[in-house]
Design a binder for this molecule. Structure first.
Ligand code: CP
Length: 314
C-alpha cells in the first residue's frame, strides 16, 4: 500500500479487520519493520485519540515518531501555484512537503474542513498538496471529508461484537452546539457499504449527507423507526451539507437515550458532549463501545502502517 487516504485504500475490509485482530494479540510481532524508519505526524487541528493511537501503533512497529502541531507551530502554508506571497502565508506547500520528505519515511496529516467553502473542502487542499509534492507515503488522520482510520477502527469494533452474520447498524445524527464536519460520518458510510450488515442512516430533514457518498443507502428521517431492532447504533453530529456548514437546529429530541438504544451497542468516535449528544446512562452503561473503539484506533493505524512499511524498500 502506498498511501492511506480513504477507507478504500485498505483493499478487502474483512482481511484488514482480521489482520488488526491478530496484531492486537501480538502488538510487537512486527517491531523489526520500522527499525531506523521515521513517521512524521502533522496536526493542523486538535486531537487526543488520533495523535496517541498513531504514535502507539508506530511504537509497536519500531518506528521513530516526530509530532508537530503544524497549525500553531508551523509557518502558514500557501497552496496556490504562481501566487505572489506578499500576504500572511510564509511557506509554499511545494517546499514544505519536500522538506518533510527529507526527514521522514511516512507522513500523516490531520487537516479539518473549514466548513465555509464546500468546493475548497472537497478539493482536500492540504492532504492533496502533500500527496502531490511529498515523495513519501501519506496517511489521512482526518481530512476535510474523510476519517478512514476511525472507520477502520469502527469496522474492527463491529467485528469483535457481532453476534449475528448480518447485524443492523444505524448511523444516527445527534444535536451539537457547534458546526462539525462530515468526515467521520462520510467514512463510516463508505465502510458500512462494504460491510456484511443492514445499514440505515437517520438524520433530520436538512441534514442529509453528500448524496454521492450515501448513494444506495437507506436514509430515514424518523429516528425511532430507524432504530427498530438495531444491533449497533453509531451516533455522530454533522452540520448541514446542502446548506453547507450550517447548524440548522440543535433539536434535543435527537439525543441518544438508554430507552432509544434498546438492546443495541452504542458507538461514538469521541470526543462526545455528554447529555447533549448522548445521555450519561448510555456512556456509563455496559452497552457503550466507545473505549473499545478508541483502543482499536491503535490497531487500525497499525495495520495501515504495517502495510505501508511492507511496501518501502529496506
Ligand atoms: N476520534 C478522533 O479522531 O479523536 P481525536 O479527534 O481526539 O483524534
Amino acid at each position: 500500500m502506498k498511501n492511506y487516504l480513504s477507507i478504500h485504500d485498505i483493499g478487502d475490509l474483512q482481511t484488514a479487520v482480521q489482520e488488526a485482530i491478530e496484531l492486537k494479540k501480538n502488538p510487537y510481532g512486527f517491531e523489526h519493520l520500522g527499525k531506523r524508519k521515521t513517521i512524521c505526524l502533522l496536526f493542523f487541528n486538535n486531537s487526543l485519540r488520533t495523535r496517541l493511537s498513531t504514535q502507539k501503533a508506530a511504537q509497536h512497529l519500531g518506528l521513530n515518531t516526530m509530532v508537530m502541531n503544524f497549525g500553531s507551530e508551523g509557518w502558514q502554508l500557501e497552496f496556490e501555484d504562481g501566487t505572489v506571497m506578499d500576504g500572511r502565508n510564509s511557506e509554499h506547500i511545494k517546499e514544505a512537503a519536500r522538506v518533510v520528505s527529507q526527514y521522514a519515511d511516512i507522513v500523516a496529516i490531520r487537516a479539518f474542513a473549514g466548513l465555509i467553502d464546500k468546493e475548497k473542502d472537497e478539493a482536500e487542499v492540504v492532504l492533496n498538496g502533500f500527496k502531490k509534492h511529498a515523495s513519501i507515503p501519506i496517511i489521512n488522520m482526518e481530512s476535510s471529508v474523510a476519517h478512514p482510520l476511525q472507520a477502520l477502527a469502527d469496522a474492527i469494533t463491529i467485528e469483535e461484537h457481532r453476534t449475528i452474520e448480518r447485524p443492523k447498524v444505524v448511523l444516527s445524527w445527534a444535536p451539537h452546539p457547534k458546526a462539525l464536519p462530515h468526515a467521520v460520518a462520510n467514512s463510516f458510510v463508505k465502510m458500512m457499504k462494504i460491510q456484511k450488515a443492514e445499514f440505515v442512516i437517520t438524520n433530520p430533514v436538512g441534514y442529509d449527507l453528500n448524496p454521492e457518498i450515501t448513494k444506495g443507502c437507506q436514509i430515514v428521517h424518523e429516528q425511532e423507526k430507524a432504530l427498530e431492532n438495531a444491533n449497533f447504533v453509531h451516533v455522530k453530529n454533522w452540520s448541514s451539507y446542502s446548506d453547507y456548514g450550517r447548524v440548522l437546529h440543535q433539536n434535543p429530541a435527537w439525543i441518544m437515550t438508554k430507552d432509544k438504544l434498546g438492546a443495541a451497542k452504542f458507538m461514538h468516535c469521541l470526543p462526545v458532549r455528554r447529555n447533549v449528544v448522548v445521555e450519561d446512562a448510555v456512556l456509563d452503561g455496559h452497552q457503550s463501545l466507545v473505549i473499545e473503539q478508541a483502543n482499536n484506533r491503535t490497531f487500525a493505524a497499525q495495520v495501515v502502517l504495517k502495510r505501508i512499511l511492507n511496501g518501502l524498500s529496506p
